[in-house]
Design a protein around this ligand. Structure first.
Ligand code: MG
Length: 160
């Protein structure tokens, strides 16, 4: 059996008048992530890790922001699309690990809901999905609360 590992990163700016969507979950906060889609950088990093593991490019290639159909698209839509792409290419998800970096709000109480949303979106057992939250101790743009970043790794196993 063959395995492939992939890595993903994404960051979005926080702004007024938007719901905060992370890991497919709506999180109470006075600002939300800006972007052409719903700005869910956790899902976007995860999708890039999955696409990268399968050497299928990245989100920009499959879901260009020039296409109106992706405007405001929620994370679960991208999870469904990426699930289809990697399945068609003969891969199954072994496990995923996501780290979300935000100064505020406190995300750790929402990690379990994010795990469930990601597992549901990809049709995976919960034990294959990990979501962790970190602050950056006040350092840099994330530390100043200007945005939220996410890093992800994905391990795929060949279905053949
Ligand atoms: Mg993004």
């Amino acid at each position: 059996m063959g395995f492939r590992i992939g890595h993903g990163f994404d960051a979005h700016r926080l702004g007024e008048g938007r719901p905060l969507m992370l890991g497919g979950v709506s999180i109470p906060f006075e600002r939300g992530l800006l972007g052409h889609s719903d700005g869910d950088c956790a899902i976007h990093a995860l999708c890039d890790a999955l696409l990268g593991a399968a050497a299928l490019g990245d989100m920009g290639r499959h879901f260009p922001s020039s296409e109106p159909r992706w405007k405001g698209a929620p994370g679960r839509v991208f999870l469904e699309q990426v699930r289809r792409l990697i399945t068609e290419a003969g891969w199954a998800v072994e496990n995923l690990d996501v780290t979300v970096v935000a100064e505020a709000p406190l995300l750790s109480p929402h990690c379990e809901a994010m795990r469930k949303a990601v597992a549901d979106g990809l049709g995976l057992e919960l034990h294959r999905v990990s979501v962790k939250a970190k602050s950056s101790d006040g350092l840099g743009a994330m530390g100043r609360g200007e945005g939220v970043a996410a890093f992800a790794v994905a391990l795929l196993a060949s279905n053949e």
